[in-house]
Design a protein around this ligand. Structure first.
Ligand code: SAM
Length: 275
């Protein structure tokens, strides 16, 4: 038995024959200290509904519940995991709702309408992690449906999320995250912490929405950053040609010979508002 009275994760994986599938981005966390550390990084869960994407055999799910999450809603695409997750549901009656299906087709705002504060916590499948984060950062309604996001990424992606202007890692993700949230890397996780180990180091990122981000249209800002960083080595007068180029840049007092990575979030917002 483990700390929570449920069988050890290795037994669960063997019994349900949950051999990791690469196509589903499956790198499982079996170390209870680590899953506990992620649950703690997610903040006070006692009054919260936690939305977890990709619970797999349930390592992080169990940590979230053991750390007092009032309720966990977990979306899992791999049907092979459902029986294992059902055992956890029965162990924590009324606290774990498993939603079988694809997170990319899930209406999260709808799922989150429990009337309780919502926190997102996940060891994300790498193949869909960035896409989900961008969706959560660009929801129309702000403040958003969540109070925080505590998410595992490849370290290189984590660095792009928290990147400052002028750095190599600064791009579309950094602008969107910097505009609407405060994001920080909570800690790194070495490859050998996972089964099977991925090729690279991972990082847990903690993201908290700003209550009042600078006013901007999310669609316009998205288009602008896509154009600007799509050709990041070029001067902005060239990369933003389709959006007004030199004239647009001069209208808001930005030197047209600058490159995208030198612009602050505030300058991107100013530009987006002028398009
Ligand atoms: N949370 C578990 C852990 O920490 O050990 C598993 C993490 S594993 C990196 C990613 C999980 O996401 C897998 O269980 C995989 O089946 C699931 N998954 C992959 N793509 C998904 C999708 N589009 N929607 C929902 N779950 C998905």
């Amino acid at each position: 038995m483990s700390f929570d009275g449920l069988p050890p994760l290795r037994d669960v994986i063997d019994r349900h024959e949950l051999r990791a599938k690469k196509a589903l981005g499956q790198n499982f966390l079996l170390d209870l200290n680590l899953t506990g550390k992620i649950a703690r990084a997610a903040g006070d869960l006692t009054h919260a509904t936690v939305i977890e994407v990709g619970p797999g055999p349930g390592g992080l799910t169990r940590a979230l519940l053991a750390h007092g999450a009032k309720r966990v809603i977990a979306i899992e695409k791999d049907e092979r995991c459902l029986a294992a997750l059902d055992e956890i549901s029965r162990h924590y009656p009324g606290r774990l709702q498993v939603v079988p299906g694809d997170a990319l087709k899930t209406d999260f705002a709808q799922l989150a309408s429990t009337g309780e504060p919502v926190r997102i916590a996940a060891n994300l499948p790498y193949n869909v992690g960035t896409e989900l984060l961008v969706r959560w950062l660009t929801v129309r309604q702000w403040p958003p449906f969540y109070q925080s996001m505590t998410l595992m990424f490849q370290r290189e992606v984590a660095q792009r999320i928290v990147a400052e202007p002028g750095s190599e890692a600064y791009g579309r993700l950094g602008v969107l995250a910097g505009w609407r949230t405060q994001a920080r890397i909570a800690f790194d996780v070495p490859p050998q912490a996972f089964t099977p180990p991925p090729k690279v180091t991972s990082s847990v990122v903690h993201v908290v929405p700003r209550e009042e981000p600078l006013p901007a249209d999310v669609g316009k800002l998205g288009k602008l950053t896509e154009a600007a960083f799509g050709q990041r080595r070029k001067m902005l007068r060239q990369s933003l040609k389709g959006l007004g180029g030199e004239r647009l840049l001069e209208s808001v007092g930005i030197d047209p010979t600058r490159r995208a990575e030198t612009l602050s979030v505030e300058e991107f917002v100013r530009l987006a508002n002028a398009t």
